[in-house]
Design a binder for this molecule. Sequence first.
Ligand SMILES: Nc1ncnc2c1ncn2[C@@H]1O[C@H](COP(=O)(O)OP(=O)(O)OP(=O)(O)O)[C@@H](O)[C@H]1O
Ligand SMILES: O=P(O)(O)OC[C@H]1O[C@H](OP(=O)(O)OP(=O)(O)O)[C@H](O)[C@@H]1O
Ligand SMILES: [Mg+2]
Length: 285
Amino acid sequence: MSKLKIAIQKSGRLNEDSLKLLKSCGISFNNGKDQLKVEVENFPLEILYLRNSDIPQYLEDGTADIAIVGENLLIEKQKKVEVILPLGFSKCRVSLAVPKEVKTDDLAYFQGKRIATSYPVTLGNYLQKNNISAEIHTISGSVEIAPNIGLADGICDIVSSGSTLFKNGLRETQVILKSQAVLVRSKLLNNEKLAILERLVFRMKAVLKAKNSKYILMNVKNENIEAVSNLLPVLKSPTILPLAEPGWSSLHSVINENQFWEVIDELKLAGAEDILIVPIDKMVV
Ligand SMILES: Nc1ncnc2c1ncn2[C@@H]1O[C@H](COP(=O)(O)OP(=O)(O)OP(=O)(O)O)[C@@H](O)[C@H]1O
Ligand SMILES: O=P(O)(O)OC[C@H]1O[C@H](OP(=O)(O)OP(=O)(O)O)[C@H](O)[C@@H]1O
Ligand SMILES: [Mg+2]
């Protein structure tokens, strides 16, 4: 039986969360530090540990069948691969930044200037679309140092918390694109591999869905059940179980974590008491 080859980043920003996601999907493997290829014991999967920047090419060639990569890299490398699923981690943006002494936010500042970046294609397309002609200096790392050493007048780089920019006296002026980790596939998969992929995606969706959802339990007087239920976004309808104390029920439901903070005050006002919020491990709906 054939195995699906998944490429994940060997080390860096995507590595830990990619491994965590696979493990949450019930996929077990020995994570040997120096191994570049690992066989999974309980699922037809082989894990290849590669450089993030090489992964789009391996997918296009069919050397890897699927992969977890940063969405921004797919845009930069312009390879023929298909995005299957956004994974919700490694969220960042690719932005332009200037030394903080530069007071304007106008894109026209970059006209005729030198911009250092590791993402020349993304930057080039953006500048062209906005009719700016600038000199692009491609460097593979430590881009944020470029203005300080006189190599460039601004940079185009990944920003997340903004602390790298801040530490280097830079200021974000334009967001070119937003990115997160995505599951991608090669276009060359046979039916057998597609069937394995479908099983894996099913598991990933169950894990991702559960991550943002919480199980909520509360005690409610019977006459308040309807008012409380109306405030809860539910899968089908809430589960209602009688308490030992007459006239009271325990009401159970599933709620998105963000929604919970929005409705908590209203729930209490409507008569909900002893509210418990419990994490959900997997969710199949
Ligand atoms: N500070 C950050 N916060 C969140 N996500 C980030 C951050 N920096 C990078 N990323 C995302 O993680 C991906 C991998 O970044 P990382 O810096 O680990 O590797 P890399 O330098 O692109 O590559 P390689 O594995 O080839 O050395 C990026 O393509 C981007 O999508
Ligand atoms: O806005 P922040 O939260 O500071 O994140 C942005 C920084 O993170 C990335 O570098 P990383 O730390 O991955 O190091 P690298 O340059 O070695 O890839 C990116 O290249 C920025 O430098
Ligand atoms: Mg990096």
